[in-house]
Design a protein around this ligand. Structure first.
Ligand code: NAP
Length: 281
């Protein structure tokens, strides 16, 4: 991995890059497939070796795009995939994982997440994750879209404290979790994985980022991403189907926001002053 990509440690002690690549909306249209594969490969070349996908994305199509991008370089990548809550039973998790492994053309998923909380008892899903771990089909497991009370419940379950991350909606325009989920997670050294870090492209067009962007000769999207990347214990996973965006996202790692920048950003995107329910896209 090029030394430019910082890493952070999962609770297991394993280091992962703080910048990864998202894949939602990939694999939906065959005409874009070559560009999507090329974008992911460029990301790998730049050291952005964590790739986030899910059985849900393009009904498995995104996992197939990922398989093509990592072919021949599986060992340098850290693959994250997710199981739908409707598949979160003991038998369902096993089946879903095997189908994901097949589409990903690999023998193991590095980090397997429950996509959002559902109706299957969480203890059953955790047991299923632990069974997959002991079979070597997944190396770690985690959750997604869990608010603080749901995390507290999770860590109280047998093996629940083996959770390696909580993947959540977090960006300048979605700061609600800073009120309690973020400090709670930091204190327990459970990294948050920030999805939609540029608000699905909306922050790239946000005029309130332009002044800070101009000071760094950067784009608004790069400032939005640099801000997420400087949060302690946070991994960001922007999705970029265009190679130009992949390069810009990698370059955002080198943007050092100043105290003046942060004060301006806090004025434009105020931090929360009270508890709000965790937002989801
Ligand atoms: P996002 O990463 O905030 O935004 C993606 C959009 O921003 C794309 O249209 C992309 O354009 C554009 N973009 C990326 N980099 C850019 C740049 N440097 N300049 C300008 N535009 C840029 O939103 P997201 O895809 O929703 O979230 C990221 C990933 O998080 C997903 O792909 C998925 O893997 C994961 N996710 C997880 C959940 C969950 O429930 N766990 C929910 C949502 C997302 P191009 O593609 O044209 O380059």
């Amino acid at each position: 991995m090029p030394s430019t990509v910082r890493t952070l440690k999962l609770p297991s002690g394993e280091a992962v890059p703080v910048l990864g690549q998202g894949t939602w909306k990939m694999g939906e249209d065959r005409r874009h497939r070559a560009d999507e594969v090329a974008a992911l490969k460029l990301g790998l070349d730049l050291g952005i070796t964590l790739i986030d996908t899910a059985e849900m994305y393009a009904s498995g199509g995104a996992e197939e795009v990922v398989a093509e991008a990592v072919a021949g370089r599986r060992d340098e990548t850290f693959l994250v995939s997710k199981v739908l809550p409707s598949n979160a039973s003991r038998a369902g998790v096993k089946r879903a994982c095997e189908a994901s492994l097949k589409r990903l053309a690999t023998d193991r998923i590095d980090l397997y997440l429950l996509h959002w909380p559902g109706s299957v008892p969480l203890s059953e899903t955790v047991e299923a994750f632990e069974a997959l771990k002991s079979q070597g089909k997944i190396r770690h497991w985690g959750v997604s879209n869990f608010d603080r009370d749901e995390m507290e419940n999770l860590v109280s379950l047998p093996s629940g404290s083996n959770v390696q991350t909580n993947q959540v909606l977090y960006n300048l325009s979605r700061r609600g979790l800073e009120f309690d989920l973020a400090p709670w997670s930091r204190q327990r050294r459970i990294p948050l994985m920030a999805y939609s870090p540029v608000e699905q492209g909306a922050l790239a067009r946000n005029a309130r980022l332009e002044a800070v962007a101009a000071r760094h000769n950067a784009t608004p999207a790069q400032i939005a991403l640099a801000w997420v990347l400087m949060q302690d214990g946070v991994i960001a996973i922007p999705k970029a189907g265009r190679q130009e965006h992949v390069r810009q996202n990698a370059a955002a790692l080198d943007i050092a926001l100043t105290a003046e920048d942060l004060a301006d950003l806090d004025r434009a995107f105020p931090p929360p002053t009270r508890k709000r329910g965790l937002e989801m896209i």
